[in-house]
Design a protein. Structure first.
Lengths: 227, 253, 206
């Protein structure tokens, strides 16, 4: 029997969450279906005018991605908290911040990545051109991991708390605003012909900052929740 | 840190704070009344009428100091939260708890006065001006801190969880502020800023400064009074639950 | 050597115990008894660092666990009230993940053997844990002790929901562990059948 290191632990945490998600496909699918339905509702509410749809598309797709992420956050730690797996995770002799990062990575693979991949298809409903769809996908690819990272803080803080579903939205949505602005802004500025570099760099900066700080805050919140 | 340090923070300090806060509150209240009275007198009666906006601009004597206080108090709250987490000091959490409602109140006041000012100035109650929008988000953050606290029954966990959120918020506030400004320039929505004060006469500046000082004193008075409520509330809860020391018998081997 | 000095515990507004001092030598099993709500679980959670003590110190081999930090977490196996099993994974998968996260590369054969030792045969090893009975789940969690290499075992009511065969099996395992110089701290309501010379008792008075 050999001693296993940090990378093994990270891989195992991700593998376990992916395996559980695979056995419980309905959960992950709910988020994706929600994303599809929300984006399809807007044309029905606003009307099929192509110019209007093209104009609102970046905002609508981004807000829908944001809400889907919010919807899936409840699952991030709750089941682990209830069945005691979280307790065991905290006691693993590896830095909890890194293990939390692994859990967030798994969460993004399960509920963020499908949205990134679906967005260009749904963008077609709004009459977006090929290059715009590319920018949209790129912005989501850079932005949704940040949403998962920030969301994890809210999920950890509201663990086992009364009315946590509503509370988590209240805590997390204001913190999502910069990502929403830069993400939807990238697409909008591309359509307006202003160039996307600035917005995408800012999205990247948000991601870097979130990668450094969010797991730390999440780990602290988890320890508080488990006391 | 030795055990006695923790003891001092946990038990002696709130008991020492309680009478101190009680003694200081009337003084700060009196100062608040005097300064706010003077500020309003200068602002409403002595300061000259603005040639563009008429008398409606005078709301800035409330709006601007309220906006300042709202941001300042959030930082102070986060600071107490950080001290609480760092030193495991209960009184710091109590301070953070006492500050939140006053901060939220000033944020709301800034939003309300901003909106009241918008109506005569731009003919609309709400403009998506960068600063007003940031103020709105700040209001959400205050609500988050307060609701998170009230949703958690265990006082210790409530203290620490809301402290973590306050700190997360304080890291985010500058980013949010920047992003909202960025968004504003991208969309060129409102060309006039709600708080871009007109060229200020010395008298206006004086009124604004005195009002700010008055708000400061008011905040201190209210926060100290609320701190007393928090201390008493917690002590009542713990005495009801029974501080009875349970004897422990440990049999060896 | 596990030392507890002057430990106090407060949950919410309630003082559970204070001034608790005890010491468990290597090769001993400490049985912690006491009424419901006397703080047994809190004491065990403090021992593994899930719950910071209100007051007092816990020492492992003479060093306060606060100073040991992460490396202390590599010294013990904790099985709490919750089994720590994912309902969607099989007992075998659960055990393998638990062992690997504990830092031990446990082979599939070793894990199967461990599950067999707690009476979970090859048929049951293939079922999702969610469909198992309470007793089977508990045994599935306890199987971690058969692959654990850690010197200190902290167990919360390990015998609850176990049948006679599983109880005997666990007792033998615990005895083997303390005979090999390990330490066990277990909260329990019943007598533990380990030979008296290995036993220590502590009672939390309610």
């Amino acid at each position: 029997m050999t001693q296993l290191g940090l990378t093994d632990a990270v891989r195992d945490v991700i593998r376990r969450d992916l395996l559980v998600a695979l056995r419980r496909r309905a959960d992950a699918l709910t988020t994706v279906v929600f994303f599809v339905i929300v984006t399809s509702l807007f044309p029905l509410g606003i009307g099929p005018e192509p110019a209007v749809l093209r104009m609102i598309a970046p905002g609508v797709l981004w807000v829908a991605a944001l809400l889907s992420c919010l919807l899936s956050l409840g699952r991030l730690f709750t089941t682990d908290y209830v069945d005691g797996v979280l307790e065991q995770l905290v006691l693993v002799p590896q830095p909890l911040t890194v293990l939390v990062g692994a859990k967030v990575a798994a969460h993004w693979l399960i509920s963020g990545l499908p949205i990134v991949l679906l967005a260009p298809v749904l963008g077609l409903q709004y009459g977006l051109g090929g290059d715009v769809l590319g920018v949209l996908t790129l912005s989501l690819l850079l932005g949704t991991p940040t949403l998962s990272l920030i969301g994890a803080i809210g999920a950890a803080l509201t663990l086992g708390v009364r009315g946590s579903h509503v509370l988590i939205a209240l805590l997390v949505l204001p913190l999502f605003i910069p990502v929403l602005i830069f993400g939807a802004g990238a697409v909008t500025s591309y359509i307006a012909g202003i160039g996307v570099e600035a917005n995408l760099s800012l999205l990247g900066a948000c991601l870097m900052l979130a990668v450094v700080l969010a797991p730390w805050a999440t780990a602290a919140a988890l320890r508080i929740a488990l006391e | 840190m030795s055990v006695t340090d923790i003891n001092w923070f946990k038990y002696s300090s709130p008991q020492a704070l309680y009478p101190l806060a009680g003694k200081l509150t009337p003084w700060f209240s009196a100062l608040a009344v005097i300064l706010m009275g003077a500020g309003l007198y200068i602002g409403l009666l002595l300061a000259p009428t603005d040639f563009q906006q008429g008398d409606s601009y005078r709301i800035i004597f409330v709006h601007v100091p309220a906006a300042w206080m709202s941001m300042f108090l959030y930082v102070v709250m986060a600071l107490w939260a950080a001290i609480g987490l760092g030193l495991k000091a209960r009184p710091s959490y109590m301070m953070a708890q006492a500050i939140a409602p006053t901060g939220a109140m000033f944020t709301f006041l800034a939003l309300l006065t901003g909106s009241l000012w918008g109506k005569p100035t731009w003919g609309t109650w709400w403009v998506w001006d960068a600063r007003l929008t940031s103020e709105l988000i700040l209001f959400f953050l205050y609500l988050g801190v307060m609701l998170l606290r009230t949703s958690i029954d265990d006082a210790r966990r409530a203290d620490r969880a809301s402290a973590v959120f306050a700190l997360v918020g304080v890291v985010n506030v500058p980013i949010i502020y920047f992003s909202v400004q960025w968004w504003n320039t991208l969309h060129q929505g409102a060309s006039v800023s709600a708080t871009a004060a007109p060229k200020m006469a010395a008298m206006m500046l004086l009124a604004m400064l005195i009002m700010s000082l008055g708000f400061w004193m008011y905040s201190i008075a209210v926060i100290l009074a609320r701190l007393r409520c928090v201390i008493r509330e917690r002590e009542e809860r713990s005495s009801v639950a029974g501080q009875v020391e349970r004897p422990v018998a440990v049999g060896g081997v | 050597m596990l030392d507890v000095v002057n430990l106090s515990c407060q949950r919410g507004e309630r003082r559970l115990f204070s001034g608790l001092t005890l010491s468990v030598a290597s090769g001993k099993l400490l049985a912690v008894s006491g009424e419901n709500g006397s703080g047994k679980t809190s004491l065990l959670r403090m021992l593994c660092g899930l719950l910071p003590p209100e007051q007092g110190t816990i020492r492992w081999q003479g060093t306060p666990v606060g100073e040991l930090g992460e490396s202390y977490r590599g010294q013990f196996t904790y099985i709490g009230h919750l089994n720590g099993l994912k309902d969607d994974l099989t007992p075998l998968e659960n055990l393998q993940f638990a062992a690997r996260l504990a830092g031990v590369e446990a082979t599939e054969a070793a894990c199967r053997e461990a599950l067999q030792a707690v009476g979970l045969g090859p048929q049951i090893q293939r079922l999702p844990s969610g469909v198992l009975s309470q007793g089977q789940k508990r045994r599935s969690a306890l199987a971690r002790l058969w692959v654990s290499m850690r010197p200190l075992w902290i167990l919360d009511e390990p015998f609850a929901a176990l049948d006679d065969a599983a109880t005997r099996s666990l007792t033998r395992r615990l005895e083997a562990h303390v005979k090999g110089g390990g330490i066990v701290v277990a909260s329990t309501h019943q007598e533990i059948g380990v030979a008296p010379e290995f036993m220590q008792q502590a009672r939390l008075a309610g």
